[in-house]
Design a protein around this ligand. Structure first.
Ligand code: PMP
Ligand code: GLU
Length: 397
């Protein structure tokens, strides 16, 4: 009995693993607070649920076209025009079972063995493994907390080689919460303009969770590179629809066609009645999304203020998503019982076992000096969780 080398060489998702560990501890009767999984704690807005029920009753229970119901692709096209000023025809859109699948479709459709993919680090945990699964090599361009986790265009340029096929990043960013402004994109775009063969995948799944004054900017809005950009987005975060498994990409026609072909062999179209509801989500009342955004902004302020009171935690000021990514490396070398905290995984293990708060090691996101805290939990839980973390940190010697 043996599994494939492909699987053996793949790391398990650290976010999902930590959430499972937290569930296990809860089952054993511990009062665990899980700030590990990036999942909004709000229910899906009522009108979206009603639209799904209605669609179900109307018989949307069959396979849809592989790239998605035309109605939903038209709604996405309208949304891209309305929110981002971007022109994508419905045949340039492919709806999938979550943005995660959109990224997998893209990697499997574009990349060959030996290609390089530049990933801005810290990066979302699954990028690296999805890219590796396609046979390509992830190449990281690092950004540190001192620069608000934003990369330097000079470093990007230095990482580009003849083998570079794709650049991949998220803004708003998971795990750092940083958001690129139009101005900050400019030097990055200037580098990309010099390399017309490189495709750009922009993961915008946190688009609607953005507290910055300027709001969301898509790199695809730069005309000079627009024909090489692939936008990844979805319904999980902005509409609190994680369990519906609905995401999409908007891409040059040839990329969309390639990804639809790939998806046709893997999963076919996404679920039918969910797609009807997703069209409704995009084109009807957006106020629940705005209310959630405001709640996340308040929590961000609370969490930052509380974390700043913990000795050894260095925090920046994230402008989007629902994560903070403090640098805790000042605590490395400290001890408890017979153990020493040497890295982010040691710290998370200590915090989980000592005070039953689940957070994720920065090493999973390419930054071992940090840990990720998802503030997609109530203010009461957040206050209690950070009180516990502080207590545990204060107990280190
Ligand atoms: N991209 C990023 C940056 C994410 O944080 C997530 C988390 N779920 C995804 C993509 C995938 O989202 P989903 O598959 O739920 O649409
Ligand atoms: N994207 C979320 C996270 O980063 C959900 C879990 C996952 O898909 O990895 O926690």
């Amino acid at each position: 009995m043996y599994v494939s080398d492909r699987l053996k060489n793949m790391a398990e998702s650290a976010t999902i693993k930590m959430a499972e560990l937290a569930r296990e501890l809860k089952k054993q009767g511990h009062e665990v607070i899980s700030l590990s999984l990036g999942e909004p704690d709000f229910d899906t807005p009522e009108h979206i649920k009603s639209a799904a029920t209605k669609a179900l009753n109307e018989g949307y229970t069959k396979y849809t076209p592989v790239p998605g119901l035309l109605e939903l692709r038209e709604a996405i096209s309208e949304k891209l025009q309305r929110d981002n000023g971007l022109d994508y025809a419905s045949n340039q859109i492919v709806v999938s079972n979550g943005a995660k699948q959109s990224i997998a479709n893209l990697s499997l459709s574009l990349l060959n063995e030996g290609d390089d993919v530049i990933i801005f680090a810290p990066y979302w945990v699954s990028y690296k493994e999805i890219i590796r699964l396609s046979g390509a090599n992830p190449i990281f361009v690092d950004a540190k907390i001192e620069h608000d986790f934003k990369i330097n265009a000079v470093d990007l340029e230095a990482a580009i080689t003849d083998k570079t096929r794709l650049v991949l990043f998220s803004s708003p960013c998971n795990p750092t919460g940083m958001v690129y402004t139009k101005k900050e994109f400019e030097p990055i775009v200037e580098v990309l303009e010099k390399h017309p063969n490189i495709m750009v995948a922009s993961d915008e799944i946190y688009e609607y969770i953005n507290f910055s004054e300027e709001g969301h900017c898509s790199i695809a809005s730069f005309e000079s590179i627009a024909d090489r950009c692939i936008i990844i987005n979805g319904f999980s975060k902005g509409f609190s629809m994680t369990g519906w498994r609905l995401g999409y990409m908007a891409a040059p026609l040839w990329v969309a066609k390639a990804c639809a072909k790939m998806q046709g062999q893997f999963t076919s179209g996404a679920n039918a009645y969910g797609q009807k509801a997703a069209a409704d989500a995009l084109l009807s009342d957006m106020s629940p999304t705005k209310i959630m955004n405001e709640a996340f902004r308040k929590r961000r302020d609370l969490v930052i203020a509380l974390l700043k009171e913990i000795d050894g935690f260095k925090v920046n000021h994230p402008e989007g998503a629902f994560y903070v990514f403090p640098d805790i490396s000042a605590l490395y070398g400290k001890k408890y019982a017979t153990k020493t905290i040497r890295n982010s995984a040691d710290f998370c293990e200590y915090i989980l076992n000592k005070v039953h708060v689940a957070i994720v090691a920065g090493s999973a996101f390419g930054a071992d000096e940090c840990v990720r805290i998802a503030y997609s939990a109530s203010e009461v839980q957040l206050r209690e969780a950070i009180r516990r973390i502080k207590k545990a940190v204060d107990a280190l010697v």
